[in-house]
Design a protein around this ligand. Structure first.
Ligand code: DC
Length: 227
């Protein structure tokens, strides 16, 4: 029995974080949302009116940004320089700028280094775009998720509305998801790709419990132990 590193990658709004969180809580592992880290950098740049481009300003910003994950009432919460940006990370502005920001080499290099530091002996689930291909190429379990575009758009819209953001139409959500997938898949450094040894999951017709049961079977087959 061992503690695994589990990489969950895939397209935008496929439910990667839901599955990764559920797996972490079922296995007693740490959960890290790597997308939230790119969102935090994007939000910081927006707040400081900085352009999404390489240069001294970006270097300074990256060295000023401290990102931590803490557990509050059983939820993993991102802290940016000690404060919780919360729903600001999911805002329309951040959604529109996060793909160009995350394509910048120095942003990726800095975030990947920090992501690797989160790996612990006690087990980790991390979701993102390049976790199985680049951040943890030796992860014991890699899952690559997709779901039908209309299912993803409906889920994302419900999530935004639950968060009180009623500025989006379903068509706008779909356009944003497509644009992000396109940019994330076509950037030159660590693009969104299915790792050759990943296991595919299309969860379009699965509920939360079904996808967790599917992934738990795999984790247990790879040596994970339930606490
Ligand atoms: O998982 P998410 O939708 O919150 O991620 C937001 C953006 O961050 C995504 O469109 C691309 C970028 N990202 C990335 O480049 N690499 C990762 N490992 C995770 C996210």
């Amino acid at each position: 029995m061992k503690a695994l590193t589990i990489a969950v990658d895939g397209y935008a709004s496929c439910g990667k974080s839901t599955l990764s969180k559920d797996l972490a809580s079922a296995l007693g592992y740490r959960y890290i949302d790597s997308g939230a880290m790119y969102r935090a950098v994007t939000w910081y740049l927006l707040q400081h009116r900085l352009e999404a481009e390489e240069g001294e300003n970006l270097q300074r910003a990256l060295s000023d940004i401290a990102i931590d994950f803490v557990t509050q009432s059983g939820e993993t919460v991102l802290l940016l320089n000690g404060k919780e940006p919360g729903l600001a990370l999911r805002s329309k502005e951040v959604n529109s700028m996060v793909s160009p920001v995350s394509a910048l080499h120095s942003v990726r290099q800095t975030m990947v280094q920090r992501q690797r530091e989160f790996a612990t002996q006690a087990g980790l689930t991390m979701d993102g775009r390049d976790i199985g291909t680049y951040v943890f190429p030796n992860a014991e379990l890699k899952i690559f998720m997709q779901s039908r575009p209309e299912v993803r758009a409906a889920r994302r819209l419900a999530e935004l509305q639950n968060a009180g953001d009623t500025k989006w139409t379903v068509e706008e959500v779909l356009v944003n998801l497509r644009e992000r997938d396109e940019m994330d898949s076509n950037r030159d450094f660590a693009p969104l790709r299915r790792a050759h040894d990943a296991i595919d999951l299309d969860n379009s017709d699965m509920n939360r419990e079904e996808q967790l049961a599917w992934a738990m079977d795999l984790a247990i087959a790879r040596g994970a132990q339930q606490p």
